[in-house]
Design a protein around this ligand. Structure first.
Ligand SMILES: [Zn+2]
Length: 123
């Protein structure tokens, strides 16, 4: 029992850390995206450099968001507001769901109802 509690605490701690990391990752990807696009738009340089900067901006943004959504999918759980089931959704469900911050409009695998699912750290 002692051991089990310790493992639960460690996972919750790791999840909390990962969700902070998600925020940092999103912030850095977004800032670098705008910085590269603005640099390509307003600084005088050859066209090929502009194109490469814009491509780099999009690639960094896409990779950053891909991993941010991945963290959000697997760190902690989502709680259904209908039946209060806590679960880990599929990547595609998280990716395509409408969201306000970390609260996402998704279908619960248990009751099959759509609701605004909240991110929670414990099962
Ligand atoms: Zn449900």
């Amino acid at each position: 029992m002692e051991n089990y509690n310790e493992i639960t605490y460690t996972k919750e701690d790791a999840d909390r850390f990962m969700l902070r990391l998600e925020w940092v990752l999103t912030y850095i990807s977004t800032i670098s995206f705008f910085a590269l696009i603005f640099t390509a738009s307003f600084i005088s340089m050859p066209d090929i450099s502009r194109v490469l900067l814009i491509i780099a901006g999009f690639v960094i943004f896409a990779v950053g968001i891909f991993y941010a959504v991945r963290i959000e999918q697997i760190a902690g759980y989502y709680e259904c507001q209908n039946c209060h089931n806590r679960y880990i959704p599929k990547y595609s469900s998280v990716f395509f769901a409408m969201h306000i911050g970390r609260t996402r409009y998704m279908k619960c695998p248990k009751c099959d109802e759509k609701s605004w699912n909240k991110k929670v750290l414990t099962k």
